[in-house]
Write a protein that binds this ligand. Structure first.
Ligand code: COA
Length: 209
């Protein structure tokens, strides 16, 4: 908690569930370590703010974009020189009827056409792709969910949006078989692999700055 400004510490203390507090703390420490390492600045000068839609950004560095996500035992972060969104989800039992509410009709029909044993995984493939796009866009759930859709064909991600003039790129990463992870960026180049650090490694890095 010593790495954080007072407002963030207060927010973390208000969480009811310990796991939620830990996730939020880990995410903040992770992005602080990444910012300090990439920009060569001190933790004390790192200041975050949020857009009116709630997307966090780094104050004073217009070319530095990042996004964070957490689920289960993972906290993930993506950074780019262009807007970026990331989503990780633990694969768990879900009521697939949620798809009728949150997915486009094309996505729902693709999902329900899958074999029963493939449905949950496909649900989370689509969910993480959709969230990564929503988060890269930054408008959150204010973005109409029926204005775009995803399809995965032969392991390729197909993204269809009538209104979207900007170019978005997607990549899925396999870091844990119990999770789905997707990244959306306006930059076409993605690293091949995710860099994985333990909580202790990230804290140690910040301590040594
Ligand atoms: C808040 C939201 C951006 C992501 O929520 P989520 O998937 O539950 O949570 P994640 O762990 O992936 O991401 C949370 C982080 O995203 C970031 N975030 C918050 N608002 C954001 C926004 N408008 N745009 C981009 N990132 C945002 C923050 O860093 C946040 O961390 P914090 O809560 O510690 O501040 C939003 O999309 C949401 O409420 N989703 C709910 C799920 C849903 O209905 N999805 C439908 C599409 S399939």
């Amino acid at each position: 908690m010593g790495f954080l400004p007072k407002e963030k510490k207060d927010k973390i203390k208000r969480f009811i569930k310990y796991e939620d507090a830990l996730m939020s703390l880990t995410a903040e420490i992770l992005i602080r370590a990444v910012v300090c390492s990439k920009l060569g600045i001190k933790n004390e000068s790192v200041k975050f703010n949020r857009t009116t839609y709630g997307k966090p950004y780094l104050e004073g560095y217009d070319d530095f974009h990042f996004n964070l996500s957490h689920s289960g035992s993972w906290v993930v972060c993506a950074v780019s020189s262009k807007p970026v969104g990331i989503d990780i989800e633990k694969i768990r039992e879900v009521d697939l009827d949620i798809a009728k509410r949150f997915f486009s009709k094309e996505e729902a029909s693709d999902l329900f056409a899958k074999e029963d044993n493939e449905k949950t995984e496909y649900f989370f493939e689509l969910w993480t792709l959709k969230e990564s796009y929503i988060k890269a866009d930054g408008r959150g759930l204010s973005l109409p969910l029926n204005s775009f859709f995803f399809r995965i064909e032969n392991d390729n991600v197909i993204f269809v949006s009538e209104s979207e003039k900007k170019k978005f790129f997607f990549k899925r990463y396999d870091i844990d078989k119990g999770y789905k992870l997707a990244v959306c960026s306006m930059e076409s180049h993605f690293p091949e692999d995710v860099e994985i650090k333990s909580f202790e490694e990230v804290c140690k890095f910040l301590c040594e700055r």
